[in-house]
Design a protein around this ligand. Structure first.
Ligand SMILES: C[S@@+](CC[C@H](N)C(=O)[O-])C[C@H]1O[C@@H](n2cnc3c(N)ncnc32)[C@H](O)[C@@H]1O
Length: 263
């Protein structure tokens, strides 16, 4: 199994951990793209379909395809009521299984950090999108602590537990712009997307993030019950002070880049 498949193998677990935050960032991203409705769309690294569902609801695509290497994620994507019109297939962003000029727009949602060669992926998206079409991506700002699970990362680090998060640097805004420039895209623009992250209380937070999915999930999977209890205590320390009603809130933020295929 590849690293990506080991990290993302269970669509339901991903939904519990990240689904609502994926949807929140996707909504703002699509508003920023501001492309016409009725396009032929490709969702690269679509995972369990969280981003695809928002895309269909917001952009009313004429057709939408989703590609991801993880069958465990895709099988969940196929069960969503909001993605019945989508064609989901196993594939790699660096070798997209489509002919040239198959789409009007392609987005890669929260996936660029998991792609070994991001420029190759951007060039593949450029190949399958028609001249004049739109190509965009976004990723939690990993060096800046923008990922919703950042408190868990900090707690793991304080315990000396290594998390194999691959493409940290490419999630920076200037790195994403460079990838888009290297791929030969035009009219490049970037922005930061900020979303509020709110939990009813610590138990809801812990219940959501102790699910062994994603890079920190791979680390959590190897921990004993005693180590997990230790992690839980450290996570509690890392979180912002709860409000009077017990709720915990903070901000997550992602960097986004968009560009056009030269006409
Ligand atoms: C954090 S999830 C994002 C899923 C979804 N797009 C979302 O917005 O929630 C990252 C996804 O990238 C996928 N991925 C990893 N390597 C990939 C590759 N080489 N090509 C395409 N997708 C890949 C993973 O399987 C995983 O589903």
């Amino acid at each position: 199994m590849s690293d990506a498949k080991q990290m993302f193998s269970d669509g339901a677990a991903y939904e519990k951990r990240m689904g609502r935050w994926s949807r929140a960032v996707a909504e703002q991203f699509l508003d920023w793209l501001a492309v016409p409705k009725g396009l032929r769309w490709l969702d690269v690294g679509c995972g369990n379909g969280a981003s695809t569902e928002v895309l269909i609801a917001r952009c009313a695509p004429a057709a939408v395809s989703g590609v991801d290497p993880s069958e465990g994620q895709l099988s969940y994507a196929r069960t969503r009521p909001g993605t019945r019109t989508a064609d989901f297939r196993v594939g790699d962003a660096q070798a997209l299984p489509f002919p040239d000029n198959s789409f009007d727009a392609a987005a890669m949602a929260l996936a660029i950090s998991f792609i070994p060669d991001p420029v190759k992926a951007a060039m593949e998206m450029k190949r399958v999108v028609r001249p004049g079409g739109w190509i965009a991506t976004y990723m939690w700002d990993l060096p800046g602590g923008g990922i919703p699970i950042a408190p868990v990362y900090l707690a793991l680090k304080s315990l000396g537990v290594a998390v194999a998060m691959p493409g940290v640097e490419v999630s920076r805004s200037d790195s994403m712009r460079t990838v888009w420039e290297k791929a030969g895209l035009q009219s490049i623009d970037t922005r930061v997307i900020r979303i509020p992250v709110v939990y009813a209380g610590f138990d809801e937070f812990w219940d959501s993030f102790r699910v062994p999915e994603g890079p920190s999930g791979a680390a959590i999977r190897k921990m004993s019950p005693a180590e997990l209890e230790q992690l839980k205590a450290r996570v509690r320390e890392q979180l912002p002070t709860a409000a009077a009603d017990g709720s915990i809130s903070y901000e997550a933020f992602a960097n986004a880049v968009k560009g056009r295929v030269p006409s």
